[in-house]
Design a protein around this ligand. Structure first.
Ligand code: SAM
Length: 210
């Protein structure tokens, strides 16, 4: 997601270091950041944060970590966290490529990937968040009953992810070819989900366990 550069973005994130980790200060120590032992759920590539902030509001006893590589995007999530006064969300300005360096093994109960960049060119396969190197990291940081939930409007990325997850040997708990056909009331829509659904795109969902 591209956003106009905001020169004040980094200062704003740093001023709120009780919510945002901009420099890996809580690497291998996320529990201290939350100061409790609640389960940890993470979203990789939060975008503007509608999904994670709604989920956090509905589940005050779960710790949520929103990971986003773009500072000009992450400030939008921070604004929502502050507006809502959420105490169970922490944000990381971080590249998910190094996820297993940040989290400890078996530390996470759930990972959400929502409308990840599709990277359609073959030569960019390694950047897709369902490429095997990412799956190895998810497997490492998820606990035994941990799940990965993936949603997309992109048919190509959906098919690629099905194959990649299958080749990795994951167990499929759910594969939905049209999530909004009979939308579950507890589905939380992301900003991209609303945009593409309103244009008539089908929304695909996969849930797996390693
Ligand atoms: N999840 C949001 C939604 O559904 O509305 C945003 C979707 S947007 C297409 C993908 C987001 O993932 C962008 O904000 C992008 O900056 C972020 N992203 C892409 N690669 C990433 C990475 N390696 N680590 C962290 N964030 C990443």
């Amino acid at each position: 997601m591209r956003m106009r550069n905001k020169p004040w973005a980094m200062d704003f994130l740093k001023e709120n270091n009780h919510i945002v980790d901009v420099d890996g200060s809580y690497k291998n120590n996320i529990k201290e950041f939350f100061n409790n032992d609640n389960d940890i759920h993470i979203e990789v590539g939060t975008g503007m944060g509608q999904f994670i902030t709604t989920l956090a509001k509905e589940n005050p006893d779960i710790n949520f970590v929103g990971i986003e590589i773009e500072k000009n995007v992450l400030i939008r999530v921070l604004e929502k966290v502050l507006e809502e006064g959420l105490t169970n969300v922490r944000l990381l300005l971080y590249d998910a490529n190094l996820l297993d360096e940040y989290f400890n093994e078996d530390e996470v109960s759930k990972i959400y990937l929502n409308f990840s960049d599709p990277w359609p060119k073959n030569r960019h396969e390694k950047r897709r968040l369902t490429y095997e190197s990412f799956l190895s990291q998810y497997k490492k940081i998820l606990n035994d009953n941990g799940t990965l939930q993936f949603k997309t409007d992109n048919r190509g990325l959906f098919e690629y992810s099905l194959i990649s997850l299958n080749q990795f040997g994951t167990e499929f708990l759910e594969v939905n070819l049209d999530l909004h056909d009979e939308e579950d009331e507890d589905n939380i829509r992301t900003e991209y989900e609303e945009k593409f659904s309103s244009k008539g795109f089908k929304i695909y969902k996969i849930v797996i366990q390693f």
